[in-house]
Ligand binder design. Structure first.
Ligand SMILES: Cc1cc2nc3c(=O)[nH]c(=O)nc-3n(C[C@H](O)[C@H](O)[C@H](O)COP(=O)(O)OP(=O)(O)OC[C@H]3O[C@@H](n4cnc5c(N)ncnc54)[C@H](O)[C@@H]3O)c2cc1C
Length: 383
């Protein structure tokens, strides 16, 4: 079987139908608005309720909580279809927030938040990073002090995806400032609508991913019910974050492979069309060799990713392999997209060409959800 006919081993008829529905929805509702979203640095607010109505939000959350009742395969399909369409939309973050609620929330918390998130009425954001603490999350300074039946929150977060439209923020805070390192950290769910003392900055100016809002969040004596603590006791936040990072890292790897494949496909098309010295670019051996290398690495990426997805669905994906997937597949994405841009010549540098946007959009993949240096640390510690 050649790589051209390769099928992911976890794919089945039900998933193929789901893929078709998701692809149609994205093609009709999201792709035509991408340029405008990019200009406005955010998706339309209604995009969330449309996505909810089309059942593409929380596809891997049980139906009893309003989700699609599927597995990570469903989530992977949504991520894959978005990337294939060149659309940036924070449904992956929505799924990550849902996963925290699902894994650590009490039953009444799940019933309160998950159905509204699945319908797109409540947009989720995850707020860990701060101006002075990104990689070093143990150093966060945002505090939540207990006051009667409330927590009172003070501090700020930065680089928060979905920040502008967020209705619920999964917030990492220090509930015990005297506890050293990871011990005093907790996760608190903050419903932000009309919340006194909560303020969102304008979307940050980025070099890529323009269609997605990334914001600073500010908390000034913000009161939330103590009921909103995630988990049964304070001080578990750091461990909860570490436990869920493989899910986030695998999701990022899905987008990486889809983008890699798309870059190779559009570049192959381009070099067959564009001529130099009286012949198509693909007739130059260098072009063919470079694309042959890219195609091979894209295929290796897909097979490795599929193995990780299968293991995740079976509950067997360990932290180290998830770190390998995040590091290697996003590095590979950036390398291949850059090579493909080179094969486009000057047109590859023009933002009207998809490859140029993919190049700028790809870069952050090596940075967020734990930098690739930290992925190598995770792998290195286990040697
Ligand atoms: C577009 C975008 C969206 C994001 N979305 C979110 C979000 O939704 N929620 C959220 O909480 N955060 C989000 N982030 C933040 C992201 O997770 C952080 O930027 C990332 O974790 C790195 O932290 P930092 O920027 O503070 O860099 P730093 O921690 O200052 O790191 C700077 C450099 O030092 C290196 N370094 C640091 N420590 C070590 C070490 N121990 N060993 C080796 N090298 C090291 C890093 O690898 C990096 O190269 C987003 C960021 C971007 C750019």
């Amino acid at each position: 079987m050649s790589s051209m006919t390769y099928q992911s081993p976890w794919m089945n008829d039900e998933l193929r139908m789901f893929r078709a529905t998701v692809g149609q929805f994205i093609g009709k509702e999201f792709a035509p608005n991408q340029d405008r979203w990019r200009e406005e640095h955010r998706p339309d607010a209604e995009a969330w309720s449309r996505a909810g109505a089309a059942s593409i939000l929380l596809p891997d959350v049980p139906q009893e909580y309003g989700g699609g009742g599927g597995t990570f395969a469903h989530e992977a399909i949504v991520r894959d279809e978005l990337a294939q369409a060149g659309v940036h939309f924070g449904s992956g973050v929505q799924s990550i927030v849902a996963r925290y609620i699902l894994c650590y929330g009490r039953e009444e918390q799940k019933l309160n938040w998950l159905p509204r998130m699945a319908r797109g009425e409540l947009v989720g954001a995850i707020a860990m990073s701060e101006p002075a603490a990104g990689t070093d999350l143990q150093g966060i300074k945002t505090t939540a002090r207990r006051d009667g039946n409330d927590y009172v929150i003070n501090g700020s977060k930065t680089f928060i995806t979905n920040g502008l439209h967020a209705g619920i923020v999964c917030l990492a805070v220090k509930t015990d400032v005297s506890a050293a390192g990871p011990k005093g950290i907790s996760l608190i769910m903050v419903e932000v609508e009309d919340l006194a003392g909560y303020h969102v900055g304008l979307p940050l100016e980025k070099i890529g991913m323009h269609g997605q809002d990334t914001c600073e969040l500010f908390f000034d004596e913000v009161r939330v019910p103590a009921w909103n603590l995630l988990g049964t006791a304070e001080g578990n936040g750091f461990f909860q974050m570490m436990e869920q990072l493989p899910y986030e890292r695998l999701s990022i790897a899905v987008g990486a492979v889809a983008t890699t494949e798309l870059a190779v496909a559009i570049t192959t098309h381009y070099v067959k069309d564009r001529e130099a010295f009286g012949k198509p670019l693909i007739d130059f051996q260098n072009t063919r060799f470079k694309l042959a290398e890219c195609k091979t690495e894209a295929h290796i990426s897909r097979v490795f990713l599929d193995n990780c997805i299968e293991r995740f669905i079976a509950g067997q994906l360990d932290d180290v392999t998830a770190a390998m997937a995040k590091y290697w597949l996003t590095d590979c994405q950036c390398r291949i997209v850059d090579e493909c841009l080179q094969l486009h010549g000057g047109y590859g540098y023009m933002t009207e060409y998809p490859i140029a946007r993919m190049w700028a959009d790809s870069r952050v993949q090596r940075i967020y959800a734990g930098t690739n240096e930290i992925m190598k640390e995770v792998i290195g510690w286990a040697l």
